[in-house]
Each structure stands twice: as C-alpha cells, then as structure tokens.
Ligand binder design. Structure first.
Ligand SMILES: *Cc1c(COP(=O)(O)O)cnc(C)c1O
Length: 389
C-alpha cells in the first residue's frame, strides 16, 4: 500500500506544461518574464494589496522585509517559539536577537504574553521600546499564523501601536485565511501588519516548487524589496550597486506554476475544510483525541490539522501513536521542536512558553493534502479508532 502523505502538492499537469513550454521556447526561465508579473498581479488582487513581490522563498521574503525595516545588531525582535524555524532565522541573519513569546490555544502567539513582556520587561524611551535587561531596542514583531489559523491580529495590532512596533506577518502557512468579522472583516492574513510573507514551498497550500512573496500597502517598501532581490543594481547597464543586495528574485519557471496554482486555491481550501469537518466528526467519538479548532471569526485556509493526544484517555502518547500510524503507511508529524529549545537559541530570552510546551508534548499533524481522497481519510480515521487502548 502506498503511503498517505501529510501534505502533498496538488498539481495540474496540462495547464502548467503549457506555461512551462512557453518559458522554455522563449528562453525566459530566470528572474524575468511575464509569468512573474502575472503571478504578482493575481496575488495582489487576491489578497487585496497595493503590490506583491515574488521571491525564491518565504525565508527570502522575511529576510528582506526585516532588512528594510532596519533590523540590526542593536535590536531584539519579538517572535514566536512555536513555529517553523524559518520565521526566526532571518532575525539572526541580520545580527539581531529573537525574544521568544509563547502561544495561546490557537497555537499562535498569545497577545497577553506580548503585552506582559512589553509592559514588565521593557520601557519606552523617546517612542522606542527597550528591553530593560539588555538595553536593546525592540522595533519589530514577527507574528506567524500557525497552520493557517489567524493570530489575534486585533489585539496584536493594538499592542504594536501602543509600543510602536512594526508588525511583520509570517503568513507562509495562511494564504487564503481572512477575517469574516470584526474590525478587520474582509482582510487577509498577511495584509494587516506592515507587510506579509507567503511561501510556495512544496508542502504549502499552493506551490511553485519553492518560492515566496511579500505583500504590503507600502509601495516604497515593496520597491525596496524588489531592488534588494536583484543584487541592488542601481545602474543596470554599468552594474553600479550602492548597497549590498541578494539573489532572491522569483524565477519565471516558478511563477509559471504559481499562476495556475493560485487559480485553484479556493478549490483546495474547500477540500481542506470538507476533510477537516470529516475528521472532526469522527474524532469527536474517539475518547482522548481532539482537533485544535480554527478560530471562528475568520475563514481559515485549514492548511494543517492538529490532533491533540491525551495519553491518559487514549492509552498512547503522541510518539507512540505516530509510530503506529507510520507503520500503517500514514505520514504524520509532531509539531516543530520549539525554537527556544533549539541548540542555536538556547541562550535567548523567552516568555511564557508553558502552553507551547504543553502542545508540543501532545500534538500530531495528520494527512491534510488538498488531494486527500475520501477513502484515504476514512482509512486514517479507522486507524485512529483502532489504536485506542
Ligand atoms: C514554510 C515556512 C516558512 C518559510 O518558507 P520557505 O518558502 O520554505 O522559505 C517560514 N515560516 C513558516 C512559519 C513556514 O511554515
């Protein structure tokens, strides 16, 4: 039996082949070409932003955004501990230090913990927040919409305003998630802070093999990102570079996939919601297992499904269940190692990590691909029932 993957790409071969053929026949395979602007334009229209800049990865988007915000070695940046590490590493690339904040029951950064850290551990001097212990300035906050669930942006934006923080939304997992109620009704994850970053890595909700995009309503900011992404070429004929740039621009080949993928995003989300509901109904009947819900005030893209395993009731802990599922050809994964516990970040300050640690001990992600079949979902459910002791 073939393995049921955790989160597989959902690619339409024919329309993409047609686009790729055009790239190959025209020779536009690199960082120029019509698919890049077409994909950027579709993205900005989809998330309703002034502009979008295509890059080779989400990590590149986070790195360049932090760079343009002016993050440097005299600064600390607030970031989540429960995240994929790519949300945090770019802070370190710039010589700054992350301060880790714990999560709430949405698995996203807890606004109460951000507020607590800012009010108790920091002080405002001339409109800038400083960490009292280290004396370093804190000017930027990176928030991650974990597994496609919208972080509490109403509270986070209020806190950011109070402490004069620039908000960078790592929306790499949350393309398509938008508020349906409240102050930000109609607003997409990635478009509420100063800038947002998406990823098109192979396991994300849409893919270009690898790729990323930065969106914002600040045109000047995005122009700067575009400029830095092509080695900061000030004069393209004489190759004059007044700043240190990067080779980060998206390829036409990647965009040739992206434009077709974006056309099908809404249908992917529909399938993900349908499968989530199917799992939810079944798991309600299994004592000791629950699914982490998506927040009610938004239409989440339902990218990843998180099962919480209660060993007392279920009889197995998450690691034991993982082994059983893997032996049944079902790919599952524990949540990422928390960043404040990773070797490179052990000496960094962290605040309120208990809830993240609680979930780390219990959560497994189960197959959630947008091409998961009914039979496959039924098989996963049958196994989850079977393994209960
Ligand atoms: C995938 C991901 C990234 C990085 O995106 P890449 O395109 O792989 O560089 C960053 N942050 C989070 C939370 C992610 O899940």
């Amino acid at each position: 039996m073939k393995t049921i993957g955790l989160s597989l790409p959902n690619l339409a071969v024919e329309p993409v082949l047609e686009n790729l053929r055009e790239c190959l026949e025209s020779g536009w395979v690199s960082t120029g070409g019509r698919f890049i602007s077409e994909f950027e334009s579709k993205m900005k229209n989809y998330v309703k932003c002034v502009d979008a800049v295509g890059l080779q990865s989400g990590t590149a988007g986070l790195h360049t955004s932090l760079r343009v915000f002016g993050v440097d070695k005299n600064q600390e940046v607030l970031a989540p501990t429960l995240t994929f590490i790519a949300a945090v590493n770019p802070i370190t690339y710039l010589g700054a230090e992350p301060v880790f904040i714990g999560c709430d029951h949405s698995l996203c950064m807890d606004p109460n913990l951000i507020e607590k850290f800012c009010s108790e551990n920091c002080e405002m001097i001339d409109g800038t927040l400083y960490n009292k212990k280290t004396g370093k300035a804190i000017k930027v906050l990176v928030v991650v919409h974990v597994f496609g669930n919208m972080a509490d942006m109403e509270r986070i934006m209020e806190i950011a305003e109070k402490y004069n923080l620039i908000v960078l939304e790592d929306a790499t997992e949350a393309l398509g998630t938008y508020y349906t109620e409240g102050k930000y009704a109609g607003k997409y994850a990635g478009t509420i802070g100063h800038a947002g970053v998406y990823s098109f890595n192979a396991n994300k909700i849409i893919t270009t093999g690898g790729g990323g995009m930065v969106v914002s309503n600040d045109q000047e900011f995005l122009d700067k990102i575009r400029f830095l992404s092509v080695q900061a070429k000030t004069d393209p004929l004489y190759f004059i570079h007044d700043e240190i740039g990067y080779n980060y621009r998206m390829l036409n080949l990647q965009a040739a996939l992206g434009t077709d993928q974006l056309d099908r995003l809404e249908s992917f989300i529909e399938t993900k919601i349908k499968n989530f509901k199917k799992y939810e109904e079944a798991i309600e009947g299994i004592d000791g297992l629950t699914l982490v819900p998506f927040n009610e005030n938004n239409r989440a893209n339902h990218w990843f499904y998180s099962v919480v395993v209660d060993k007392e009731k279920y009889g197995l802990n998450k690691d034991e269940l993982l082994l059983e599922l893997v032996n049944s050809n079902i790919q599952t994964r524990p949540i990422w190692g928390l960043i404040h516990q990773q070797k490179s970040y052990l000496n960094h300050e962290s605040s309120g990590t208990e809830v993240a640690e609680w979930y780390y001990d219990r959560v497994l992600n189960i197959p959630c691909s947008s091409n998961l079949t009914d039979e496959e979902a039924d098989y996963v459910i049958a196994k989850l029932k079977e393994f209960k002791r």
